[in-house]
Design a protein around this ligand. Structure first.
Ligand code: SAH
Length: 295
């Protein structure tokens, strides 16, 4: 019971956080609410951010081996933790697929539907409020299961991956792009206390439960008998992202928009330097995990 109420409080916090902050993010950065993928060592001017975010989607699709071949390309896609639907619209346009997005934030659903209507994509994409850990879909529906930077919000990673697997069709590709902590050394049972304390501050501001490592995800995927499990650390490719976000917060537009949206969003902005610190300490790992449901 105590556990349940903790999970409910987390979900409420996530919904309120995105209800409050999505408009600001969209004003400054547009409809993709995820890191950009940059050439290592690049400094990214704010004007290049959208191309880098699209590149992130493309690199993830390529890493997962999602096919452009008309016979093999994904037809039904679920976008788990869809934000305001940036990935869904991109994937629907790229492959002609039907995309179903879920988020905890009602404001994001409204905005995702409106943006999609503006682009004439109403019959290709659809969004609803739903929990990734208890998805409102029957088993075996989707040939691409996509989670772009939502896994870090999930309090139960086994349930999260199991639910992705449940809704996946036989042979479907599962893509998880997410924030992890570093893999533990064989001699370690836990992260060091200063590492845990840094992550806790980030968790509080962004409504995240405790983190896991890429190795933990691989262990879960193996335990569920998933196939072709691949993972990579893309931290070097995303390094320019947070400095660019911080620069954008200091523009007049960013600053006034932040002030208008209130404390939850400002609290998120204040911990941005901690993300950079975490990457520099090699504690935070920007991770992709892909796998396939057995055919
Ligand atoms: N994938 C989107 C948004 C990333 S932000 C993009 O790349 O643009 C994280 C998203 O995960 C938010 O939309 C948030 O509502 C969603 N999320 C977090 N926990 C969730 C849960 N338990 N169920 C469904 N969505 C969740």
């Amino acid at each position: 019971m105590a556990m349940e109420s903790k999970e409910e409080a987390l979900k409420k916090g996530i919904a309120e956080f995105y209800d409050a902050s999505s408009g600001t993010w969209e004003d400054i950065w547009g409809d993709h609410m995820h890191h950009g993928f940059y050439d290592p060592g690049a400094t990214a001017p704010i004007r290049d951010h959208r191309a880098a975010q699209i590149r992130m989607i493309e690199e993830a699709l390529r890493f997962a081996g999602v096919s452009d071949n008309p016979l093999k390309k994904p037809k039904k896609v679920v976008d788990v933790g869809c934000g305001i639907g940036g990935s869904s619209r991109y994937i629907a346009k790229k492959y002609g697929s039907h995309c179903q997005g879920i988020t905890l934030s009602p404001i994001q659903v409204q905005r995702a539907q409106a943006l999609s209507a503006d682009e004439g994509l109403e019959d290709k994409v659809n969004f609803q409020v739903a929990d990734a850990l208890n998805q409102p879909f029957p088993d075996g529906q989707f040939d691409l299961v996509w989670s772009m930077e939502s896994g870090e919000h999930m309090p139960d990673k086994v349930k999260f991956v199991s639910e992705l697997l449940r809704v996946a069709a036989p042979g479907a590709t599962i893509v998880i792009v997410t924030w992890c902590h570093r893999d533990l050394l064989p001699s370690e049972a836990n992260l060091a206390p200063d590492e845990t304390s840094l992550l806790n501050k980030i968790c509080n501001a962004y409504y995240l439960p405790s983190w896991c490592s890429a190795a933990d995800y691989v262990k879960i995927a193996n335990s569920l008998s998933l196939e072709d499990i691949k993972t990579a650390d893309w931290s070097d490719y995303v390094a320019p992202f947070w400095p660019a976000v911080i620069r954008s917060a200091f523009t007049w537009k960013g600053f006034t928009s932040l002030l208008r949206t209130g404390w939850k969003t400002i609290k998120g902005a204040l911990v941005m330097p901690l993300m950079i610190h975490g990457y520099n300490k090699k504690l935070i790992k920007f991770t992709i995990i892909t796998c396939r449901k057995p055919a």
